[in-house]
Design a protein around this ligand. Sequence first.
Ligand SMILES: Nc1nc2c(c(=O)[nH]1)N[C@H]1C(S)=C(S)[C@@H](COP(=O)(O)O)O[C@H]1N2
Ligand SMILES: [Mo]
Length: 374
Amino acid sequence: MGRRTADVSTPARLAAPGEGLGQDELALAARNHGLPLEALRYDVTPPGLHYVLTHYDIPYVPDTTAWSLTVGGRVRRPLNLSPARLRAYPAVTTRVTLECAGNGRALLTPRPVSQPWLVEAVGTAEWTGVPLRLLLREAGVEPDAVDVVFTGADHGVERGVEQDYQRGLPLGVATGDDPGVLVAYAMNGAPLPPQHGSPLRLVVPGWYGMAQVKWLRDITVLATPFTGFQQSVAYRIRREPGEAGEPVTLVAPRALLIPPGFPDFMSRSRVVAPGTVTLEGRAWSGHAPVTAVEVSTDDGTTWRPADLEPDHGHRWAWRRWSSVWTAAPGDHVLSVRAHDGSGRTQPTEQPWNRGGFANNLVQRVPVFCAGRAQ
Ligand SMILES: Nc1nc2c(c(=O)[nH]1)N[C@H]1C(S)=C(S)[C@@H](COP(=O)(O)O)O[C@H]1N2
Ligand SMILES: [Mo]
């Protein structure tokens, strides 16, 4: 597999100063849709409103009973499992907020040319499946194992490298139980929809989207670190094309606002009436639980704490926050930022890298307050 080796791939392109979105980025944006921000209201994102990101094509799987998941490599007893067999294992359901590592990319200058997310590449679902550690225990991992590689059924070419979509996890993450990695067959109590990985996908709570391999068909245990394209070339934080860079792993803290009032069709800027406005939204982090959320109604000059709801037992899902604002006539810029238990927060200056990954810059929501104060 792989017509060319990963190290000769073309670096991702940066947009020239002032260069608008091209047709290729528009095509990606139309295929890979975001969460309409008003859907941040739901604890669990309703079907179809969860963001979607697929690098190549959505595989056509009309008969999911014919699917097989193989587990092999450095194991004593290779497995070959059908979705029906997987349903016979003890099932675990976990509520998880997924976010694409490229969320925030299109806000960067210069803009990395790729899927042009603003802030909406996020969603929360209840994923049901089999704990990966049970499958690995049954297969009997050899003592020299270091990485576990997950292969999807989708195939494509990326920056000159033909490949199956593949990602690896360190053995400790794959076999750990905090978080427990799932081989999921259901989303919100129903079989996985095609775009979310039918019939099987990986769910790695706390990690960015690229780790959550959809259309999962093979799990291979390796005695050497995995160096595939999506591990060693893509999804690295680097400023220069030649750098090895740091791997993209856990989700950085982020809070988003449910845009208040009503939108202008073209600019999506908001209009609110004067008086009391409840600002509300969601906050999450893959590193550690969110400990505080702050809001600003003066474009980041001053911040005040918002009320943060408890996690209601859902550590890996976003949490609701709210704050009351008295809107006065005129123009305002609303912002919100999350802090987590690892001491991380959101920057107000863009943290630029070539791939446009993990940009958790604070959201800015311009609002026009119409009319006279009461
Ligand atoms: N097989 C496969 N799995 C994949 C991808 C892919 O292109 N192919 N995209 C990944 C990326 S980058 C993201 S952000 C998540 C998106 O998951 P969702 O579409 O269910 O929201 O899937 C991940 N899993
Ligand atoms: Mo992603």
